[in-house]
Ligand binder design. Sequence first.
Ligand code: AMP
Length: 616
Amino acid sequence: MENISFEDLCLDEATLKAVEKKGFETPSPIQILAIPRLLNGDANLIAKARTGTGKTAAFGLPLVQKIREDKGFTQALILTPTRELCLQVCKEIQSFSSDNFPRMAAVYGGQSMGEQIRALKKGVEIVVGTPGRVKDHIERGTLKLENISYFILDEADEMLDMGFIEDIEEIFGHANPESRVLLFSATMPPQILKIASEFMGEYEIIEEEKRPEEPLLTEQRYWVVRENEKIEALVRLIDISPDFYGLVFTQTKVDADSVCKQLDEKGYEVAALHGDIPQNQREKILYRFRNKKTRILVATDVAARGIDIEGLTHVVNYALPFDVPTYVHRIGRTGRAGAKGLAFTFVRPEERRKLEFIKQAAFKSTKGKLTEEQIPSVNEVLKIKEKKLFEQMQNQLSLLNEDLSDESENQKSKENSTFEKMAQILCEERNPMEVLSEVLALSYGKSLDPSRYGEITPLKVFNQGRQIRLYVQLGRKDGYSPKDIANYFSKLLKIPQRMVDRIDLSEKFVLVSLPYQAGMDLLARAKKDKSLPSMHIDSKESQAIYKSEKERSRRGRFEDSSRRSGRKSGDSYKDGRKSKREKSEGKKKSGFTGKRESGSKPIHTSKTSNASLYKK
Ligand code: AMP
């Protein structure tokens, strides 16, 4: 398949020119399969292809090649599930046409009927529309499908998901029964095949060969952050990214609005997109985002469906998605077409277990690892911003000096004389460097002011074997509040209250995280001392930590004794023989082993946890 070119696909000269104009070099797999079939023969087709595979050109190029004549009626109908896809498809096919032919119209809900009727009345060869609106036009008699030659369903599975099945059936009823039916769908649920058997007669299914698991080019990272500090984390993420251009996913419309509002208040160009945004506004928002006038779009999954935007640098999961397919779908919005993208997921501390599940499943389907990163401190953010700002300034200054065209030279000298006069006055009695740094502080001070940033209090690192989570039979019914619980364990274990972490109090019991050793001592005590409440280790997470701590301690004992016997710490048991050899060599090179030993750190150190700042 690799060596097939557009010339091999039966495209004529005019269409090849259009392909060249678009800058397409080689046909995509779905194009290789679909284009020759559509240009030759008359079979109905079902093509399994996702957005981003070049599917629009796969049917669009044959359409513009086949439709070269004004016959006085509509010749092709393309149904799409969303307005966004409708406009996108329309635009893409228009970009293949020359001299504004074939003429196209996009008809979708939310836009005035009048405008669409006027467009249809002028006469169009190809109509792209959403099912509801297409049906409206048929009913009003403003769209006639009796003579169409092509009936195309794009993203058919999405249309079914959105409940368009009845509309589609009705539209089929009005369409030329002889028309050729093409159905594009990313998935093949049984309803698709039902439509096919009802309306398509004989058909051929084409599907690009599955490539051997291609890893997604998206780097996946996550930050553990409390809910109320997520906005601060997002601000820092945006600020450290050189050219942030991203989609921020929230779980609800309310969250989308709230995140958008908070970013807006902090001075970012941002927009929200969700189901409650009126259609005309949606289009404006998407237009601005596509043209990078707004570089941050906060959206819900439903609203972002069908939006295909190139070149995103970031996808942010402001909230952990409910399921793995949603996660994979979201992060696939970046890291496309050979470009690297970054996907950041904000995970609340209590969501770590759910995250583990997503991590494993996401690895299976993306072959990429989701790795934890620390949220940068304000100082780190400022350093990065400072560097960025300075580089920009230097670039602009050097560009300014390079620009030697006559016109700009004149303009520049005019400006220069104005600014030079100002500079002269400012520097008359003062050191020019001082003056310049004050001017810079005036221009950029705000952006580099640490007080722009809020606080993110560090979290206890829970997954490093330093804490143990216990189930303890002490609950609200015993008169305890979370504060009392912190107090109780603090007194009992003689540890500061802040080390009593992640208190989940219910009626009959409490789940609590304690420093590992203190927790283990307490368990041992509780076994003997019947005045203490009943307790045990909670959760798989803690069980795993318990096991790994036990293993560490076993190894530690072993390594301690092996250090005593002169073995390098960290050597595994397997290397014992080598170490014996070293030992005998060591006799010759005496001193070498001793030096190592004194420098080696003991592996098993008993650690108490750091400050725990996460309290309920
Ligand atoms: P689609 O799957 O139709 O949404 O197309 C995704 C993007 O790929 C669009 O921006 C197309 O312009 C572009 N595209 C389609 N075919 C090719 C090709 N053969 N080579 C490069 N880009 C393409």
